[in-house]
Design a protein around this ligand. Structure first.
Ligand SMILES: Cc1cc2nc3c(=O)[nH]c(=O)nc-3n(C[C@H](O)[C@H](O)[C@H](O)COP(=O)(O)O)c2cc1C
Length: 333
């Protein structure tokens, strides 16, 4: 029904190929039993495909922008459909339509001029929070795989919360409900997370981790642009210290990979480490796993006590809560 110059057909073919391979990558990333796909890679690949789509559509005769009021020919229609699918399906990892790349032809033609990219809404963005505005409470975050085994990190995190004096002293949150900016609101963050198949983050951690990876990219790009002397001071998580208990099992190749990789990403965003990340192996059973976690928890409790003593605040409870669920009283110290 239509014939186009060969050069345009090339661009159309290229766009369709790119969009299809981007969709393939998103599908692979979404596969729970496949490896994690770095959010930066996902963004790069989908942006490149959408650029190809934008170029192919711009190349159509008498078309300077992707003007949707004009009648689309079948090729254009197909490209538009694939592009919409890319934008919609990558949202699971990359957030809403406000994700832009600086030179994105597709995003510019569809959403207008913009500079830089943002994740979701502007209020989700990660900015440096001055120390005096950070909360005095500690933030405890847990992340598990949904389903039957999902409870361990929550149980451990709750136990830590209790040991630190409960709600008065800490906020307990599921990783699925927070963004990187929430970490910036606290001076002290404790994370208890496990690792799923092939080193993937658990379900609870997917969106948060994508977000952290994109913020790490934004941070790198911004610092390069600024070319300022004291880069460290400009990073958004400066003033936030983190400690991570990385659950996993040495039965698997990517042992505790999520907790370990998350540590590096948070450090690249400027967070300091209150402790070297501890791995908690579940290979030798539940009670051994609990014992290792308890060592980590004791160190945190000790650090918090010392901090409160320095501040001249009341001491934390010195005895373990009686209602402790994870440690039988015979084993409790
Ligand atoms: C299907 C499956 C895949 C897993 N893959 C990994 C892995 O790649 N790396 C790892 O360290 N642990 C892996 N684990 C182990 C969990 O992280 C481990 O069980 C952890 O202790 C979670 O605690 P929970 O299962 O008691 O909640 C896997 C577990 C399951 C069930």
């Amino acid at each position: 029904s239509h014939s186009l110059p060969a050069v345009n057909n090339d661009k159309i073919g290229q766009a369709i190929d790119s969009l299809q391979s981007a969709l393939h990558l998103i599908k692979a990333a979404s596969n729970q039993s496949g490896p994690w796909v770095d959010a930066r890679h996902l963004l790069d690949e989908t942006v490149a495909a959408l650029d190809d789509a934008g170029l192919a559509l711009q190349c159509q005769p008498a078309r300077k922008s992707v003007d949707m009021t004009k009648q689309l020919n079948p090729d254009e229609h197909y490209i538009r459909e694939l592009a919409d699918e890319v934008v919609n399906t990558r949202q699971r990892f990359l957030g809403g339509s406000l994700i832009h790349d600086t030179d994105g032809i597709w995003t510019k033609s569809v959403y207008g001029e913009c500079d830089g990219f943002s994740f979701g809404t502007e209020t989700d963005e990660l900015y440096r929070v001055p120390d005096e505005e950070k909360k005095e409470k500690a933030l405890i975050v847990y992340a598990s795989q949904n389903g039957t085994t999902g409870g361990t990190t929550k149980t451990f995190a709750k136990h830590l919360c209790k040991s630190l004096g409960g709600d008065t002293y800490c906020d307990l949150r599921n990783m699925s409900g927070i963004m990187a900016k929430d970490l910036a609101m606290y001076k002290r963050v404790y994370i208890v997370c496990n690792t799923s198949g092939l080193g993937r983050p658990p379900c609870d951690g997917e969106v948060f981790y994508s977000h952290v990876q994109l913020e790490a990219m934004r941070c790198t790009v911004n610092l390069e642009d600024l070319s300022i002397d004291d880069e460290e001071e400009e990073k958004p998580l400066v003033g936030t210290s983190v400690a991570i208990a990385a659950l996993g099992s040495t039965e698997f190749a990517g042992y505790a990979k999520f907790g370990l990789d998350l540590t590096n990403e948070l450090v690249s965003l400027g967070a300091s480490l209150a402790l070297k990340t501890s791995t908690v192996d579940s290979r030798n059973g539940k009670s051994e796993q609990e014992r290792i976690f308890q060592q980590w928890e004791s160190t945190i409790v000790q650090m918090e006590k010392e901090r409160l003593m320095e501040k001249g605040k009341p001491m934390l409870p010195t005895t373990r809560p009686r209602s402790s669920k994870i440690i039988p009283s015979s084993e409790a110290v």
